[in-house]
Design a protein around this ligand. Structure first.
Ligand code: ARG
Length: 258
């Protein structure tokens, strides 16, 4: 079931790839489902990827995204990363081509949903998003952001929008009324309202879920991975649990020269 959902999500992402809402289109103030428009510079680390996914700037030349957004590990110059703007059509946008993709070892479509994309040249002067290295931030209220669909089955967005969602424990998320055991407790962390209404959606995949740390700085705790539809009651968003993979991600980043 969860594999099927991932494949469906990938299909829907592909189906809407590159389709941006026209200026003044409906839902101008709603995206991510149940969100509001982010201010320019509010989340400088947000990255839009040309295959129709999100990402976060991990270092000047590396973008952290989801494994299900990329192909196999190896040289890859087919991806364009756009960042530095909330409006993807802005002439101020920064773009970079990829030159390498590193997909989580052992990824087969279930769990381990993380990947690093190396950019052909570093982006300087843009704040990066550190990943959490402990489980201390795997609870509380999280911020989500992206250019994905504003409603289940809806179109991709031109403007970055944002929302906040509460942590949902593995026990609750795996309960019969929610995902009935489909959540991989080590690899995945759930977030959303029991009543639904606020969530990431197709095209937000790979983007970060983040919160403030003890020093009041943003820290990444999740990567948008999957869900049953978007913002449905009893179907929280499912995110890669970054704390569990933090040392693997850091080691991969070092090996990539980032
Ligand atoms: N897998 C989707 C994508 O490729 C993201 C789905 C997130 N869904 C959710 N209900 N939180 O964009």
């Amino acid at each position: 079931m969860r594999r099927w959902l991932t494949l469906l999500a990938a299909f829907l992402t592909a189906a809407t790839m590159g389709v941006l809402a026209a200026p003044g289109a409906a839902h101008a103030d709603a995206n991510v489902v149940g969100g509001t428009r982010a201010a320019q510079g509010e989340f400088p680390f947000m990255v839009r990827l040309s295959m129709g996914c999100g990402g976060a700037l991990y270092s000047p030349n590396l973008v952290l995204t989801a494994a299900h957004c990329v192909g196999r590990t190896g040289a890859n110059s087919s991806i364009t990363a756009t960042l530095g703007v909330v409006d993807l059509n802005s002439s101020s946008r920064i773009t970079r081509k990829s030159n390498y993709v590193y997909r989580a070892p052992g990824y087969t479509g279930s769990g381990k949903d993380w990947a690093l994309i190396r950019l052909s040249s570093p982006v300087n002067g843009v704040a990066t998003l550190p990943i959490t290295t402990t489980t201390a931030y795997d609870s509380g209220t999280f911020t989500i952001a992206g250019w994905g669909a504003a409603t289940e089955g809806g179109s991709q967005q031109r403007y970055l929008l944002k929302a906040t969602v509460p942590f949902v424990s593995d026990a609750t998320c795996n309960s019969r009324s929610m995902y009935n055991g489909e959540i991989i407790a080590t690899d995945e962390i759930c977030a959303g309202y029991t009543s639904g209404g606020v969530d990431t959606c197709q095209g937000d995949s790979g983007g970060p879920m983040f919160r403030r740390n003890a020093s009041d700085a943003w820290v990444q705790v999740g990567i948008v991975s999957w869900g049953d539809g978007c913002a449905r009651p009893n179907k929280p968003g499912v995110y890669t649990q970054v704390s569990y993979f933090a040392s693997s991600i850091a080691a991969a980043a070092t090996s990539l020269g980032g």
